[in-house]
Design a protein around this ligand. Structure first.
Ligand code: ZN
Ligand code: ZN
Length: 356
């Protein structure tokens, strides 16, 4: 299965006449060979592949790494890469420019004389843009785990509770249910703090009548989930109800429109046009969504500037919002997998305005 993923590299070998591609980004390495540790490199040629790590990781690599020869390196990994390049005549090697520091690049150029290093920008990350069956299964699992965890802790949202305590309880619940950790620092933003799209859980005490936006996700076996609900802690006002209804409709319309073949820009516009029509266009400042998988933010991006087109197997978030300074905000987010004729929603917490 993992070997099949290397098919995505074929076009890079051809387009850039490469003898090999060197990966150092751990997400790409995990995707291509299964290694989940925190340091290593993967060198892939059309015929064979080598996984390079130091002695701390050889045991883990021998358990996890598929379809690559494991080479233990000494203190300087690049020396082992130079040896392999000489032995197998790898004279033109592509590398992940987007994940390489200037100093690492200088070191590579110095240690690999006579080898042409070819910068491959973020295009290399595109190998992960469409998820295969195994990945969709993992993403489905982690999304369900997180949604159920949120549902289980909704009861503890009440006036007098700190935002940070909601975040903590949610994290504990996820871990109890088998999560390896959180996908990101949860956003729990109540009352006027709801106007901050990225208002991380603070010491603020939740008051009666406030809206509370909770943006949360779990991490399991390298895969992330991402979902947002906005609930009311006691009876909200008319304006809060109105804004929630607008965001919810925009969210539902975008989910209905998501399918293979629609451009990410057009999908963004479905939700944006509706919010604009209701007079809140200036208060929806971010893009409609983003891809996710081994990273919490991956390609494609759904925004007015997107150039990508949705394809079957892409997993993206749909997350419109309205944020009004001095008042508060609403965001509603689901994660969907794009299918041939629509999309399938992976996240399942209730998106109605729950009054707790
Ligand atoms: Zn989110
Ligand atoms: Zn998101």
């Amino acid at each position: 299965m993992l070997k099949n993923r290397r098919i995505h590299l074929q076009r890079f070998f051809e387009e850039y006449s490469l003898a090999a591609v060197l990966f150092t980004d751990l997400r790409n390495i995990r995707y291509l060979c299964g290694f989940s540790g925190s340091e290593g490199a993967l060198l892939v040629s059309p015929e064979r592949s080598w996984f390079l790590c130091d002695s701390r990781y050889t045991a883990q690599a021998s358990e996890e790494v598929h379809d690559a020869e494991i080479r233990e390196c000494g203190a300087v990994r690049i020396d082992t890469i130079a040896e392999l390049a000489r032995e197998y005549h790898l004279d033109r090697v592509g590398f992940e420019a987007a994940h390489t520091t200037v100093s690492a690049f200088r070191r590579m150029s110095e240690k690999l004389p006579g080898i042409e290093l070819v910068e491959l920008g973020t295009s290399l990350d595109e190998i992960r843009i469409r998820k295969d069956r195994d990945e969709v299964e993992q993403l489905t699992l982690v999304a369900a785990l997180a949604s159920r965890s949120l549902t289980a802790v909704l009861g503890s949202i009440r006036p007098g509770v700190r935002e940070a305590d909601i975040a903590l309880e949610l994290e504990l619940e996820m871990r109890r249910r088998g999560a390896d950790g959180t996908a990101f620092d949860f956003i729990v933003a109540s009352g006027v703090r709801g106007a901050m799209p990225h208002g991380r859980a603070s010491d603020k005490i939740i008051q009666a009548g406030e809206l509370v936006t909770i943006d949360f996700g779990a991490l399991k076996d390298g895969y992330h989930s991402d979902e947002t609900v906005t609930v009311a802690c006691g009876e909200p006002g008319t304006r809060a109800r109105e804004i929630h209804a607008i965001v919810r409709t925009a969210h539902d319309m975008a989910i209905d429109a998501a399918r293979s073949g629609i451009s990410c820009k057009d999908l963004d516009e479905v939700a944006r046009a509706y919010i604009r029509g209701k007079g809140f266009g200036d208060y929806f400042g971010h893009g409609l969504g983003h891809g996710l998988g081994l990273e919490i933010h991956e390609m494609p991006t759904l925004s007015p500037r997107s150039v990508a087109v949705l394809e079957e197997g892409m997993v993206v978030t749909i997350e419109p919002g309205i944020y009004i300074p001095g008042f508060g905000g609403v965001r509603i987010e689901d994660t969907v997998v794009v299918t041939g004729n629509g999309c399938h929603v992976l996240t399942s917490a209730d998106k109605q305005l729950l009054v707790l």
